[in-house]
Design a protein around this ligand. Structure first.
Ligand code: SF4
Ligand code: SF4
Length: 357
């Protein structure tokens, strides 16, 4: 008889390879350029701002990515289930043939809802927004016990925003227990006050030129501990280099997700590709550097003082004897201790080298 641990050893590479395909695919996809309706209910505004500004890449392992896909795979099945009860369901916008799309604040907040249905049993037959979700047994039990708004505020907020955007007074939330296939449904009434609150929250994040307050000062706090941005937020990891982490950039309230640059007037607007690339005039938003304080600034430069040893350095271009770095070097430094280090700076100057990681 085959040894069980031998079999496990043979099976393990299959599982690993499957998860890796999800991770590789994810790695080729770019971070989204807007705040999504599905995340606006998150507790921490700072995390939403970090994602919007591409401060760091949100990382999910292969298992998690596959789990997200499981949720999407359930959607057409629930559409078919609803149709079988006599409901008229649009899973695409008849005007475009694509998913229903909503956007706000100059296109900086967006979302694609699961559909719209009318003639739903037990309702006045008017059009309802549809939202479908899958749950673990624990999450499903909580949903039944507490109700949608209390158990899943992110889902509830997402629906309220779509209903406000699409001028729908009612919605239907459908959930499936992934372990038992048990279904749950909740009718949702539009709440104008909550819709305005959601819009205000999005506006305050989108148009803030610096990160909002932390939800907690201790990185071990349970929400921070699970957060993709904790190394930048509570640690010393520098932000990623792009226009979105540059002091010169502004998200504009008018247009289709338009961003402008106060420095490079020669550029004909900032396309999303150009934002990803940044430019040599990039000057990092000082609040994103945790290991040093900005103590002075001028046109094209910022002077920082390291918190651990008081050493000063310049980011940008200034006639100074202090170690000087481009914003790109600062954002690329894997070890922040290399910044401001006089020995490393001497070697840099001697060889004309730059910090690349
Ligand atoms: S680490 Fe905590 S405070 Fe920082 S962005 Fe994440 S959740 Fe917010
Ligand atoms: S200065 Fe360069 S990096 Fe900064 S916003 Fe303008 S184009 Fe982007």
């Amino acid at each position: 008889m085959a040894n069980l641990s031998d079999l496990e050893e043979k099976i393990e590479p299959i599982i690993k390879a499957i998860y890796e395909t999800y991770e590789k695919k994810e790695a080729t996809e770019q971070a989204r350029g807007y705040i999504g309706a599905s995340v606006i209910g998150k507790e921490c505004k700072r995390a939403l701002w970090y994602a919007f500004r591409w401060v760091d890449r949100e990382q999910f392992d292969g298992r998690m990515l596959r789990l997200f896909q499981t949720g999407h795979l359930e959607e057409p099945r629930l559409v078919a289930d609803l149709r079988n009860t006599g409901a008229t369901v649009w899973d695409c916008d008849p005007a475009t043939g694509k998913q229903f799309n909503a956007q706000d604040h100059g296109g900086h907040m967006r979302g694609h809802c699961d559909g719209v249905a009318k003639n739903i049993l037990g309702t006045d037959r008017s059009p309802h927004l549809l939202e479908f979700k899958t749950h673990s047994t624990k999450s499903f039990a909580e949903l039944i016990k507490k109700g949608l708004a209390d158990a899943k505020p992110m889902h509830y907020w997402q629906m309220q925003w779509y209903m406000g955007q699409m001028k729908l007074a009612k919605g239907l939330y459908m959930a499936k227990n992934k372990d038992t296939d048990e279904l749950f449904a909740a009718y949702v009434e539009f709440d104008e006050a909550l819709y305005q609150k959601i819009r205000d929250k999005a506006e305050s994040i989108i148009f803030s030129d610096r990160p909002p307050e932390k939800i907690h000062s201790d990185g071990k706090y349970y929400i921070c501990n699970m957060c993709s941005f904790k190394d930048v937020c509570h640690g010393t990891k520098p932000p990623k280099f792009s226009c979105r982490t540059c002091v010169h950039v502004t998200p504009e309230p008018n247009g289709d997700a338009r961003w402008s640059c106060a420095k490079r007037q020669d550029l004909d607007g900032l396309s999303i590709e150009r934002q990803r690339a940044g430019c040599d005039e990039h000057l990092v938003i000082p609040d994103l550097i945790n290991f040093a304080d900005a103590i002075d600034a001028g046109d094209g430069w910022i002077k920082f003082k390291r918190k651990n040893n008081g050493l000063e350095f310049i980011v940008g271009f200034l006639d100074s004897e202090l170690p000087m770095y481009t914003s790109h070097e600062l954002c690329s430094a894997h070890d922040h201790n290399s910044i401001g280090n006089e020995d490393i700076d001497r070697i840099r100057k001697h060889f004309g080298a730059t910090i690349e990681g």
